[in-house]
Design a protein around this ligand. Structure first.
Ligand code: HEM
Length: 416
């Protein structure tokens, strides 16, 4: 089968787009670039493990090689970085090996006390001040809670002093925040990015002089242990870890909170640990997995390129075609899930591709889940939360890549 060539123009409504595109279809992105989008669960798994599908745009995207892709296209930073995102085959395996050992479940379990501390700090900061019987002022939980927890966690893992507001942490956070802020000027973005890179260089210099147990020190060791990794690669991996796990984890917290506030029947059940389809599934695990299926925090991570002509789900895809796989689409595939649009943490089958599939699968999945498993019960047991806006009217966050809300305005009442 050949793919219908008239492209569907992507909008801000990720789920309307997924339905309109169908399992495999040409789309036009907001910057005018065209790609084949795949929303079908089985097809995404096939692509994820296909030996002839590359993420290396420099080698396998003819339009980029021919200079036909504008430098300011939204996909360029995603497909031309020096980290594992845009590496293929043996080169990808070499780079990925640098990060996977740090985020195994065993390693993540050791981080739990630190994550508890970070969450407790963030909860204390959002505590409503004394008020005289009037409704507490609404606050944006996405900005004030969902954002700080992940950046402080990855900062602390990398050995940044996240409590020192005069040192590297604010510069790192400003740099990472700017990358996701579509309302700032190109100059502001450039300055924040330069700040981020400078802070990473400084962090590496400090850890080289005074090694400690941080992940940055472990990475430096990998550079010093032989000629397998260059100093530039180590800096790039530090940058990718800061950026890749940031807004994605923000959106996981955002989506879980939004779904619980719009399905309040599950809050009490989760707090009482009365959810979960079998003994192995905890209540909060059930909520988080169902949120990853229903409202995948990552929609598409640009892009992939067949290195030769391939056939996926019966569709012929020529070599060099840019592919966007929609992890959000996979979670709503009606061939896999009954009533896929319904958020139901009690469903037994919650299979999702929220962390991707195959060799590029997210190395930070266990850490992201640990953050959510600690942050959500702490938040909901401490406060009664009420959404201030009509949920249907809350705009989505910008862009087609991640899937969250522009804001989550709530009032907080302490639970007695
Ligand atoms: C809820 C939070 C997160 C979500 C939903 C998420 C999602 C994803 C997805 C879908 C991919 C696969 C991309 C693809 O195959 O196209 C990915 C890759 C990646 N993620 Fe995550 N991620 C999360 C948190 C994290 C964290 C906390 C870290 C770091 C500590 C991290 C680091 C990475 C890296 C480095 C890659 C690239 C892996 C590769 O290309 O081999 N992510 N993530």
């Amino acid at each position: 089968m050949t793919i219908e060539t008239t492209p569907y123009v992507l909008t801000a409504d990720i789920y309307a787009d997924i339905k309109n595109v169908g399992p495999v279809g040409w789309v036009e992105m907001p910057d005018g670039l065209r790609a084949v989008m795949v929303t079908d669960y089985a097809a995404i798994k096939e692509i994820g493990t296909h030996p002839d599908v590359s993420r290396d745009a420099a080698a396998h995207w003819p339009d980029l090689r021919a200079g036909n892709v504008p430098a300011d296209s939204l996909v360029v930073p995603w497909v031309t970085n020096a980290g594992p995102f845009s590496a293929y085959g043996a080169e990808h395996r070499r780079l990925k090996k640098l990060m996977t050992p740090a985020f195994t479940q065993r390693q993540v379990d050791k981080l739990e006390p630190m994550i508890h501390e970070i969450v407790a700090g963030a909860l204390a900061e959002i505590a409503p001040g004394p008020h005289d019987g009037h409704q507490a002022e609404p606050m944006d939980l996405r900005a004030e809670f969902c954002f700080p927890v992940p950046i402080r966690t990855i900062g602390a893992v990398l050995g940044v002093d996240v409590d020192d507001e005069q040192d590297l942490f604010p510069v790192i956070r400003a740099g990472a925040d700017a990358l996701f802020d579509t309302n700032i000027s190109r100059e502001e973005l450039g300055a924040a990015f330069v700040g981020l890179l400078g802070a990473i260089d400084e962090l590496i210099a400090r850890k080289r002089a005074n090694p400690d147990g941080s992940l940055t020190s472990t990475l430096i060791q990998a550079n010093e242990d032989g000629d397998t990794y260059t100093a530039t690669e180590i800096a790039e991996v530090v940058r990718i870890l800061i950026v890749a796990g940031y807004e994605t984890t923000v959106n996981l917290l955002d989506q879980c909170i939004f779904l619980l506030l719009t399905h309040p029947q599950y809050v009490a059940a989760a707090l009482a640990e009365e959810l979960g389809s079998d003994a192995a599934e905890t209540a909060w695990g059930a909520i988080i997995d169902e949120a990853l299926r229903h409202s995948s925090p990552a929609n598409v991570v640009p892009m992939r390129f067949p290195v030769k002509d391939i056939v996926i789900a019966g569709f012929e895809i020529p070599a060099g075609t840019p592919l966007l796989v929609s992890f959000a689409g996979a979670g709503r595939d009606a061939k896999v899930h009954e009533a896929p649009d319904v958020f139901d943490p009690t469903r037994t089958k919650k299979d999702h591709l929220g962390f991707g599939y195959g060799p590029h699968r997210c190395p930070g999945a266990a850490m992201a889940i640990a953050e959510a498993k600690i942050a959500l019960p702490a938040l909901f047991s401490r406060y009664r939360l009420t959404l201030v806006e009509d949920p249907a009217e809350i705009p989505a966050n910008d862009g087609i890549i991640t899937n969250g809300h522009a804001r989550l305005l709530v009032t907080l009442e302490p639970n007695d």
